[in-house]
Design a protein. Sequence first.
Length: 118
Amino acid sequence: MNTFRFIPLLVAGALALSAVPASAATTLDGTVGPGFTMTLTKGGKNVTSLKAGSYTFRVVDKSAAHNYVLTGPGIKDKEITGLAPVATKSVTVTLKKGTYMYYCTPHKSSMMGSFTVS
Ligand SMILES: [Cu+2]
């Protein structure tokens, strides 16, 4: 076997792999308020199931009466947007297999949703 022909192939292969970052996060869109509603969508569709991996939650909080909290495997009641300010925030997290829930703390019984990760 000709070693000098093989080496350029290895280099080309390494470059091709490094061109695709393993940590590329998928963006999910969340909204909360101004009424007693909250959503989580991906490409305009309600999120009910996802593949495990890295996701950026981009949350638009339209009310000072609500917050947007995410909880599930590896994530314990993470507040993405808080109660006081009306704000838009992006948080990148790693989702593992299991069931996640998003909710508003003061209105958890009515303002919540869930999705599964496989
Ligand atoms: Cu609320």
